[in-house]
Design a protein around this ligand. Structure first.
Ligand code: BDP
Length: 338
C-alpha cells in the first residue's frame, strides 16, 4: 500500500512538472486551411511537438483569424504576444530594410534562380539579418510563393493601361512605389481577406498576387483580368518572436529551427501542386489571362531602372537598391551562372 502511494505521488509529480514546462505558442497565418503555407505551418507544429516530446506545442491560426494584416502579426511577435507567424517577405522590409534586396522587381529569371539564391549563402545571410537587424524577429525558413501579377477590373497589358488605377499593395513602400512608377496608384491598408470586397465596392480597381492567392481568396471573381507580367518573386518567410524563443530551453530553440528548415521542401511540393490547380481553375472560369509579349514585359521592367518624377527623379532600383547593390549584384551573378 505504501509502495503504491509512493508510486502515485511520484507519477503526479512527474506529470505536473511535465505540464508546467510545456508551452503552447500561437502561429498566425493569413491563408486558408489547405493552402501550401498553412499545410507547412501545420507540419512545422507537428514536428516541433513530436521532437520536443510535447514541451512545445504550436497552434496554427489560419485565414487571418488572429491578424488579418501581416504587419499586425509581425508587431505582435516583436512584443512577444505570439510565438510565430508565416508572412510574406514584403511587409517584413518595413522592419528589416535589407529584406528588399531579395525581392526587387524583375530580379529573378525563374523560380529555380530564386531558390538557388535562398538556399545559398545569400538566403541564409538574409535569414540571419532578420535577427541581427534588431527587429525582435527570428527568420526560420523560406517558402515558395511563385510570382506576382496584376489583376484588375479592366484590361492591363502594358504599364500605360495601369494609368490611374487604384491597386491594392502589400505594406511595403517599395512595392507601392513600383506601382506608382508604372502609372498606377498603390493603395495599402487592405488585408488579403478584404481585397474582394474593396474591388466589388469600387474602392480599388485591382491588386496583384500569385495564382493561388488570386484563386483562393476569391479575388478572381471580382477582378477578372490577370496580367502575367511577373513583376516580383516575393518568398514567404516563417518568423519567430525573439522574446518568446528567449523563454525556451536552448535545445528546444534548436529543434524549432531544425523543424522549420525541414518544412521548406514540404511547402515547395505543396506549392507546385496548388499553383497548377489554381491556374487551371481560374482559366476554366473564363477569366481573361493576359500574357504580355517580351517587348511588353520589357516596358514594365525598364520602368524600374528609369529615373522617375514619382520618385523625385531617381529610379526605383536606385532608391531602394543602392544600399544593397552588392547583394543585388550577387543575386544576378547566381542567375548568370545558371
Ligand atoms: C500572398 C502571401 C501572403 C500575403 C498576401 C498579400 O502569401 O502572405 O499576405 O500575398 O498580398 O501571396 O497580402
Amino acid at each position: 500500500m505504501k509502495k503504491l502511494l509512493t508510486l502515485v505521488l511520484a507519477l503526479v509529480l512527474v506529470l505536473s512538472v511535465a505540464s508546467a514546462s510545456a508551452v503552447t505558442l500561437k502561429l498566425s497565418e493569413v491563408h486558408i486551411d489547405g493552402y501550401p503555407t498553412t499545410l507547412a505551418d501545420q507540419e512545422f507544429a507537428r514536428l516541433v511537438e513530436e521532437r520536443t516530446e510535447g514541451r512545445v506545442k504550436i497552434e496554427v491560426y489560419a485565414n487571418g483569424s488572429l491578424y488579418g494584416e501581416e504587419t499586425g502579426a509581425i508587431e505582435a511577435m516583436q512584443l512577444g504576444d505570439i510565438g510565430f507567424a508565416r508572412v510574406s517577405a514584403s511587409p517584413v522590409s518595413s522592419y528589416v530594410p535589407a529584406m528588399n534586396a531579395i525581392q526587387m522587381p524583375y530580379l529573378y529569371k525563374s523560380a529555380d534562380h530564386m531558390w538557388a539564391v535562398l538556399d545559398g549563402e545569400i538566403g541564409q545571410a538574409m535569414l540571419d539579418e532578420v535577427q541581427a537587424s534588431g527587429s525582435g524577429l527570428v527568420g526560420l525558413c523560406w517558402y515558395d510563393s511563385g510570382s506576382r501579377n496584376f489583376y484588375t477590373t479592366t484590361k492591363v497589358e502594358v504599364p500605360a493601361d495601369l494609368k490611374g488605377l487604384k491597386i491594392r499593395m502589400q505594406n511595403n513602400a517599395m512595392m507601392v512605389d513600383m506601382t506608382n512608377v508604372l502609372g498606377g496608384v498603390g493603395v495599402t491598408g487592405i488585408g488579403p481577406n478584404d481585397i474582394y470586397s474593396a474591388i466589388t465596392q469600387g474602392t480599388i480597381d485591382g491588386a496583384e498576387n500569385n495564382w493561388p492567392t488570386y484563386y483562393t481568396k476569391g479575388d478572381y471573381e471580382a477582378a477578372t483580368f490577370f496580367c502575367l507580367d511577373g513583376h516580383t518573386r516575393v518568398p514567404e518567410i516563417l518568423l519567430a518572436s525573439e522574446a518568446v524563443l528567449a523563454e525556451l530551453d536552448e535545445a528546444d530553440v534548436e529543434i524549432i529551427k531544425q523543424c522549420a528548415k525541414e518544412t521548406q521542401e514540404f511547402e515547395k511540393a505543396e506549392w507546385a501542386k496548388m499553383e497548377a490547380e489554381a491556374e487551371a481553375a481560374v482559366r476554366a472560369n473564363g477569366n481573361t489571362i493576359i500574357e504580355p509579349t517580351a517587348e511588353q514585359v520589357a516596358l514594365f521592367q525598364e520602368a524600374m531602372t528609369t529615373p522617375s518624377d514619382v520618385l523625385g527623379g531617381v529610379s526605383l532600383y536606385e532608391k531602394y537598391g543602392k544600399d544593397y547593390q552588392d547583394v543585388i549584384d550577387a543575386i544576378k551573378a547566381v542567375g548568370d551562372a545558371m
